[in-house]
Design a protein around this ligand. Structure first.
Ligand code: ATP
Ligand code: MG
Length: 150
């Protein structure tokens, strides 16, 4: 399947509509509507939604999610930033592993299987893309995804 940036915006809108968090804002800074990606729609949606769900799950009282997309060096660049609890440097290396969950801090009260980011990572990798994180404890987390444009 081939998707464009409009599809990405729809994924964000769907998430916004389905989420119950009134204090959640998805801010779009999208300015490349013609971007084309060769990617399975369901897999793409799963990869993005897993990250957005985490931003809510591991958020703070007033969680703001900022999402942007652009084209950099022939790649589709998606950045998903939250101002939640953040991830320690040690855990940043581990969260894409199967079943890995952070056990310290107040995060262990939140339920999950530790599979969401594992799947996200596998999906992005299968499309020759890359995913990395920048995070600081008690400040927030940014997921940076790059996928080659068709
Ligand atoms: P699942 O997604 O399978 O329901 P999960 O959310 O625990 O369970 P992942 O989505 O793979 O699993 O995330 C792994 C761990 O990374 C989480 O348990 C959480 O501790 C940490 N994490 C993920 N996203 C964030 C985030 N935005 N802010 C802070 N911590 C995060
Ligand atoms: Mg998750």
């Amino acid at each position: 399947q081939v998707i464009d940036n409009t599809y990405f915006i729809n994924v964000l809108e769907d998430f916004k509509l389905s989420t119950q968090h009134g204090d959640l804002k998805v801010i779009n800074n999208i300015y490349e509507p013609e971007v084309l990606l060769r990617i399975d729609k369901f897999q793409f949606t799963t990869a993005i939604t897993n990250i957005l769900e985490n931003a809510v799950k591991y958020g703070v009282e007033k969680t703001v999610i900022t999402v942007s997309s652009s084209i950099v060096n022939g790649e589709y660049l998606i950045e998903i930033r939250d101002n939640g609890v953040g991830i320690s440097e040690r855990n940043q290396k581990l969260i894409f592993e199967k079943f890995y969950r952070v056990s310290e801090g107040n995060v262990h009260d939140v339920k999950g299987l530790g599979l969401g980011l594992y799947y996200t990572y596998q999906i992005i990798k299968a499309h020759n893309g890359s995913i990395k994180i920048e995070s600081e404890l008690n400040k927030g987390t940014t997921f940076i995804i790059k996928i080659p444009v068709k």
